[in-house]
Unconditional design. Structure first.
Length: 430
């Protein structure tokens, strides 16, 4: 039996696809590309925006149209948040949610026995425990995403995630240690800790995010530990001080911003001000040598005026992020913000997004150019052309090197010689 995955969304979804892939492989399935012929096509969905839902529906329909005799399975956040809409998507033969994707093998066997459509979505409940999922490899890579936290208690006014993911819950440290040992034994060199609200790891427990970083760093086979997206108000002075003592921690921090305007942040029900966010950025750059800061910025949120946007843009320029992911606000059914409407025209959202991207991309370009002539250490991960390898510095700057020798998995000191604007990376020599 052959199975193929199509994954939308965040690093947590990518981790869960790897987990499901290992479940199927251990049961005798062959995992193939989504472009190959397969007996089962699994769509692991995202629902953070209306566009993500649209992509999910399109791909489920396309897969069934192209492979009418195959079984199409829909899982992930979209059916979890909107079970009735998922149920109506008749092209999906099996529908389950992220709450019970452990049941995928059982549901496949049930479907094969009865040949009747299955919709089985278990709702998240108060007090539920962290799913015991663990992986041993990560798609034949040397850098692995490892989910240590699930759920969110923040209830940002625009966000459906508490519905699609439930409340905060954390992987036990002893489980994390075993997982890291397996990954390290199978060639993983870098761990990226991820979660739906990663900085809430350990909430209500006697451990926290720094403990998770330490567990990874203590494994002698792991060269680097990196953090996924973080919420700014959880990164206290104590956390920064403790993290600064872990040599293997990569000094790249993706701190979710959303807006640099206090009025908009309040409307979003974010739990910090622009001034508090800026103070955190200053502390991180002062504490960690060569630290890079990356973020997400939303434009066109309900009641964001042109003046509010300009304030957010000026803030982003002042911080000087090394990379920014910009996206227009997308109204999500079932959120507090959806009850207020969406009063910024689409064309204006697109204008603001284009301007934010233009300005922040220019800052990133200037940063990358400033590194020409410097020497840095790069962990090479993959081949991107004939004898061309790409890897990343500890602060997640992409670097390419021409080499006749296979250098995947090697950490090398290189000299930066040029900026490749088309591929958004640096060029280097030994």
């Amino acid at each position: 039996m052959k199975a193929a995955f199509y994954t939308l969304g965040c690093k947590v979804n990518q981790y869960e696809t790897e987990y499901l892939s290992e479940l199927l492989k251990n049961a005798g399935f062959e995992i193939v590309s989504i472009n190959d012929e397969a007996d089962y096509y699994i769509v692991n969905s995202c629902t953070v925006t209306a566009t993500a839902d649209q992509k999910t529906r399109q791909n489920v329909r396309k897969l069934k149209r192209r492979h009418p005799d195959s079984t199409v399975i829909l899982t992930g956040c979209m059916p979890q948040a909107f079970p009735e809409q998922a149920k109506e998507l008749q092209q999906a033969d099996i529908v389950l949610g992220n709450s019970n994707n452990d049941d995928i093998l059982k549901l496949i066997n049930e479907y094969n026995a009865n040949k009747s459509r299955i919709v089985d979505i278990k709702q998240h409940g108060k007090g539920e425990s962290f799913s015991g999922c663990a992986i041993e490899r990560f798609s034949e890579r040397i850098r692995a995403f490892v989910k240590i936290e699930d759920g969110c208690d923040r209830f940002c006014s625009y966000c459906i995630i508490p519905t699609s993911r439930g409340r905060v819950r954390s992987k036990a440290p002893e489980e994390l240690k075993r997982e890291i040992e397996s990954l390290a034994d199978n060639g993983i060199k870098e761990i990226v800790l991820v979660g739906i609200n990663l900085s809430a790891y350990g909430k209500g427990e006697d451990f926290d995010l720094v403990d998770a970083v330490r567990i990874c760093a203590d494994n002698e086979k792991i060269l680097r530990v990196r953090l996924g997206s973080l919420e700014p108000d959880h990164i206290t002075d104590e956390v920064i001080e403790r993290l600064s003592k872990i040599e293997k921690l990569c000094p790249q921090f993706h701190i979710s911003l959303q807006s640099g305007c206090d009025k908009t942040l309040k409307n979003m029900n974010r739990h910090y001000t622009a001034g508090e966010y800026e103070a955190l950025c200053n502390k991180l750059r002062a504490t960690f040598k060569d630290a890079t800061l990356t973020t997400d910025i939303m434009v066109g949120f309900h009641e964001e005026t042109a003046e509010d946007f300009d304030e957010s843009l000026r803030f982003a320029e002042r911080i000087g992020f090394e990379k920014v992911h910009t996206f227009p606000y997308s109204e999500r059914e079932g959120t507090v913000a959806s009850r207020k409407g969406d009063n910024v025209p689409k064309a204006e959202k697109e204008r603001r997004a284009a301007l934010m991207i233009e300005k922040t991309d220019a800052i990133r370009g200037d940063y990358l150019k400033s590194l020409i002539g410097t020497t840095c250490t790069v962990l090479f991960e993959n081949m991107v052309g004939d004898n061309i390898y790409q890897g990343y510095t500890k602060n997640y700057t992409p670097v390419r090197l021409s080499s006749c020798e296979d250098i995947i998995g090697k950490e090398l000191s290189v000299k930066i010689t040029a900026f490749d604007e088309e591929n958004d990376c640096l060029i280097s020599t030994l």
